[in-house]
Design a protein around this ligand. Structure first.
Ligand SMILES: NC(=O)c1ccc[n+]([C@@H]2O[C@H](COP(=O)([O-])OP(=O)(O)OC[C@H]3O[C@@H](n4cnc5c(N)ncnc54)[C@H](O)[C@@H]3O)[C@@H](O)[C@H]2O)c1
Length: 411
């Protein structure tokens, strides 16, 4: 027997079925209405709720906006209903390609009444105004990374969405990678005990000069509000905070190693977390071969995520025990092991799918506005520290950062 007969739902609607676990389906699984569960399963059917796909509009149709339409058009949880771009030729091309109504601005798309939510894929300075406008009209917002250019803007986006009672999600798709999910599970499970050092070398963001020359907003203070730390490294910063916590003070150095751009292409930073914990962060678009290497040193071992490999060192005793009981020149007992992880769906589509499920079913977002702001605190602190050559406390002083950026933008 098909669920369609029970729900009577038209095409394009989703059906939320509550099935008992002994049939092997997850409670609350979302399925196409026409899916056939067979008569045996229906005996265990607890209920059927009709859930429509989320009506989503896309603002900004460049590399990422068009990429979302291509990657996510097959999702059951969303239905794209309109597109907007300030460049008429881009808007017309993408609208024709995906057979979607075109709008000349974010405001026109939002006011069309077609969308319940918008995916904002404009250059970063427009994330905040578009999100604020969407929230003011009662639309949910999924923002591309970075959430905004300044932490002050991120505050405004979070406040606007909270006041309007809508969701604010951020496109941190790397969180969905099985590798990082496993690392998170291990760290949260306390496998290495209290972490006293966190470090990340994120140098796999190599970009050519042609990349920077491909858009006049790229690599500029006005267009991006920074370089590698504002465009490529937000993913790395998010993972670093998500896995290792938020520091309380940052001392950074910035440089433009190779590229002909006005902003930095390389950053190194020392991080203080309090309670004896310290950290190091490095990122660049100017290194080959690049690498992603996280290290978390804890009182009971060490966790290393090195590109696509997770290595775990388990200590026989805790570090304080070893230090205070071992003989002169003594070493600690323990062993390295490789940690396997299962493949699972991941990437941009997972974030969009989960965003729709958060709106419809109250499930958690992959990354919230607050998560986006946490990563941005680090980015802003590193730029302020590097250019002002001083330690910067986190959270960043909003007024000081705005003044710094205005100066850099020549305003
Ligand atoms: N999550 C990821 O993996 C990922 C990857 C690449 C880019 N991004 C992010 O996506 C955003 C866009 O980057 P991109 O590489 O697609 O840029 P892009 O230059 O290729 O495209 C941006 C588009 O936005 C349009 N636009 C500019 N201002 C607008 C406005 N006010 N309203 C409507 N449209 C506007 C432009 O005309 C352009 O077509 C950036 O914030 C970037 O950091 C995320």
């Amino acid at each position: 027997m098909a669920i369609l007969s029970a729900g009577g739902s038209p095409e394009n609607q989703l059906v939320l079925v509550f099935l008992t676990n002994r049939w092997g389906w997850r409670r609350g699984e979302v399925s196409r209405p026409e899916r056939d569960y067979g008569s045996a399963a229906v005996a265990d059917l607890e209920g059927v709720i009709v859930v429509e796909p989320l009506r989503l509009g896309v603002v900004g149709l460049g590399v990422m906006g068009a990429g979302h339409l291509e990657k996510e058009r097959g999702l059951e949880e969303v239905r794209f209903v309109g597109v907007a771009d300030v460049k008429p030729e881009v808007c017309a091309r993408v609208s024709a390609q995906y057979d979607l109504p075109a709008y000349p601005s974010a405001e026109a798309l939002i006011d069309s009444g077609r969308c319940e939510a918008v995916l904002v894929a404009t250059p970063h300075p427009f994330h905040c105004p578009v999100a604020e406008y969407a929230a003011s009209r009662g639309l949910h917002v999924l923002s591309e990374k970075p959430i905004a250019v300044t932490v002050g803007e991120a505050d405004r986006m979070i406040d606007a969405c909270r006041r309007a009672g809508v969701l604010l999600g951020v496109m941190f798709q790397q969180r969905t990678m099985p590798l990082y999910r496993k690392a998170k599970e291990l760290l949260e499970g306390g496998v290495i005990g209290r972490v006293y050092r966190a470090s990340l070398v994120a140098s796999a963001w190599y970009r050519t000069q042609a990349y920077y020359d491909s858009g006049d907003w790229r690599g500029t203070w006005k267009g991006e509000g920074g370089g590698v730390i504002m465009n490529q490294a937000p993913h790395s910063l998010d993972l670093f905070v998500w896995l290792g916590g938020r520091p309380v003070e940052i001392t950074a150095s910035v440089e433009t190693r190779w590229h002909r751009i006005e902003v930095e292409d390389t950053i190194s930073a020392l991080l203080k977390y309090g309670e004896g914990k310290s950290g190091y962060f490095y990122t660049t678009t100017s290194e080959w071969p690049g690498q992603n290497r996280f290290e978390f040193a804890g009182e009971r071992g060490k966790l290393v995520v090195d590109d696509d490999r997770i290595r775990l060192y388990r200590m026989a005793k805790s570090l304080p025990e070893e230090i205070f009981s071992g003989p002169m020149w003594g070493k600690c007992a323990g062993a390295w092991e490789d940690v396997p992880y299962e493949p699972a769906p991941h990437g941009h589509a997972e974030v969009v799918k989960q965003f729709a499920r958060a709106v419809r079913l109250g499930e958690p977002l992959v990354a919230t506005g607050e998560d986006g702001r946490n990563a941005l605190e680090l980015a802003n602190a590193m730029l302020l520290s590097g250019f002002r050559q001083k330690p910067v406390p986190v959270p960043v002083d909003r007024a000081e950062y705005d003044a710094f950026l205005a100066e850099k933008r020549g305003g």
